[in-house]
Ligand binder design. Structure first.
Ligand code: NAG
Ligand code: NAG
Length: 218
């Protein structure tokens, strides 16, 4: 009995050791899987995603992807790439992602609320697409965000007040959409020029504390 127990305990140690050794690989594969989910959701007539091979150990050798020294994805560069299709919630798993550059494509559908989990994100550039739905209030969780450029899409709803809490935010452009309500004036919004909100026919002017309701026209 003692021998059996020893063997079982020995196996357990081996299994645990392997799990620990494999953990970093599993996490980088999961980033590859997330990006591959995006590839499958997009139409790519110019084959810019051809190198995105999910059988590789991590996505760091794929074109248009940048990783840090720990092989974690920090940058996705797919601006102006003739892509259409939809964004995927799986991208929210890229917890070291700093730059998500998908501007000037023809991406449709909504911004997944899971993008609020991209806790390292500095730049969210989705301008010049065909994105609809609301700006997810979860984006207020992006405490490193500096650039939020969502202009030239078909976004609706209010500007989520959660965004005023992002103290790092320097550049916001949400012009040329179909947003409604009023423009925030506190926090980082104190310094955003009004033309970065223009051409939203239902968007009222800047909110005046206590006067205009922020959901006017929605
Ligand atoms: C974009 O893709 C379409 C096919 O969907 C193709 O006809 C067009 O030439 C492409 N444009 C560029 C700039 O590559
Ligand atoms: C934008 O998306 C809508 C569907 O949501 C589609 O009907 C329309 O043709 C798209 N516009 C362009 C320019 O592809």
């Amino acid at each position: 009995m003692a021998v059996v127990a020893d063997v079982a305990a020995g196996n357990l140690v081996v299994v645990l050791a392997m799990a620990l050794l494999l953990a970093p690989l599993v996490s980088s594969n999961s980033e590859g899987d997330a990006l591959y989910a995006l590839r499958k959701s997009l139409s790519d007539p110019d084959d810019v995603l051809q190198s995105w091979d999910p059988t590789l150990v991590n996505p760091c050798t794929w074109f248009h992807i940048t990783c840090n020294q720990d092989n974690r994805v920090t940058r996705v560069d797919l601006g102006n790439s003739n892509l259409s299709g939809h964004l995927v919630p799986e991208l929210g798993r890229l917890e070291h992602l700093q730059y998500l550059e998908l501007y000037k494509n023809n991406i449709q559908g909504t911004i997944p609320s899971e993008f609020g989990n991209l806790k390292s994100l500095i730049s969210l550039d989705l301008y010049n697409n065909n994105i609809s739905g609301v700006i997810p209030p979860t984006l207020g969780k992006l405490k490193s965000l500096v650039f939020l450029r969502l202009n030239d899409n078909r976004l609706t709803g209010q500007i989520p007040r959660e965004l005023v809490k992002i103290s790092s935010l320097k550049v916001v452009d949400i012009s040329y959409n179909d947003l409604c309500g009023t423009i925030p004036t506190t926090g980082p919004f104190e310094h955003i020029p009004l033309n970065n909100f223009e051409n939203n026919p239902r968007l009222e002017g800047p909110e005046l504390q206590g006067l205009a309701l922020y959901d006017t026209n929605c």
